[in-house]
Write a protein that binds this ligand. Structure first.
Ligand SMILES: [Zn+2]
Length: 187
């Protein structure tokens, strides 16, 4: 039963995060929008077309309104997210690590979408995740926040160094993300 609940929640979460990743870099409003719209023609989507995975299969990967081919990334994300969340639950139960990894996973999902569609890593999203995580660490234990701040400083030195000296293959978006991950994880 718990796996069923986790699957449903992670499907809803993953498709919401996909929408964030698709819309935020274009500064399209998405939070206050009650109904969802087609990415191509802007027509309101029917409820049946909003079901994750199911609608993709029913419509054979095309939009119901204007028959454009839908991006496979919806399907891939919606299949992989529940698998990943269930594995996390199997390994960690409902310990703190479970929530931390879901938190990091949600960030990576948004960035994956905005990166493959627009080659863009939005600073505000990174900042919001940083502030949320820093507040959580500070709330739990101030020394924990300090320890993660040291890691952040170390991350800045190492990855800015790599960026300046190695350069090849790294965009600055990658560097920002790697530095932030130094802050999130245990040393
Ligand atoms: Zn359409």
């Amino acid at each position: 039963m718990i796996y069923f609940i986790l699957t449903v929640y992670s499907l809803v979460l993953a498709s919401f995060l996909h929408v964030v990743g698709m819309n935020y870099p274009l500064r399209k409003p998405f939070l206050r929008r009650i109904s969802s719209e087609c990415d191509y023609c802007g027509e309101k989507l029917l409820t049946i077309h909003l079901l994750p995975v199911v609608s993709f299969i029913l419509l054979k990967g095309r939009t119901g309104c204007c028959n454009q081919s839908m991006s496979w990334s919806y399907f891939i994300v919606e299949i992989l997210a529940p698998i990943f969340v269930c594995i996390l639950y199997k390994v960690y139960g409902l310990e703190n690590s479970f929530y931390l990894y879901i938190f990091i996973f949600s960030l990576l999902l948004i960035l994956y979408v905005s990166d493959i569609f627009y080659l863009h890593i939005p600073n505000l999203i990174l900042f919001l995740y940083f502030i949320s995580c820093a507040s959580y660490y500070g709330y739990v234990d101030f020394t924990l926040l300090l320890q993660h701040t040291y890691q952040l400083i170390l991350g800045i030195i190492v990855f800015i160094g790599i960026y300046l000296f190695v350069r090849k293959g790294f965009g600055f978006g990658d560097i920002k993300l790697l530095i932030l991950l130094c802050f999130f994880f245990e040393f």
